[in-house]
Design a protein around this ligand. Sequence first.
Ligand SMILES: [Zn+2]
Length: 175
Amino acid sequence: MIICPYCDAENIEGADECAECGEALWDLSVRVPASSVEGDLLRDRIERLWPKSPSTVSPNTPVGQVLKKMVDERIGCVMVVDGGKLAGIFSERDALMKLNTDAARFMERPISQFMTPDPVTLETNDKIAFALHKMNVGGYRHIPILFGGKLAGVISIRDILRYLTERIAAAAAQR
Ligand SMILES: [Zn+2]
């Protein structure tokens, strides 16, 4: 077995790419992080980003109320929670893509009709490199974070950019 450095999944010896995250494994034996920042990404876990507590709404919350909440709280997405379980995510992008100029007509409709159901989630102990990979491949800007299977927070591309900026500055300071 070889352990994927991005997502910690076990893969069979000789696998070209990780069955879990799709990253190339073939050159692992010779692979050394190209920079200290890449090393940080492969070592640090999502908890290090201090995921924000998520703003939540229920599936039957009207669209208009959800949009107002996002504007008031200056947030890019809300988690749609049904009976304590994550049912979906509604983001700025959903608002633009699905509501668009018809938004006014949909104000009273339940958010469940416009959310992205069953979103990809990660755990607090997943690696930041894995989160970056998921965002990159899936085109996600926000990923809900679970702790012990329960919704614990949300991370955004901005959180990862902030982390990268800090790490790059730290690496430069060490030189
Ligand atoms: Zn992997």
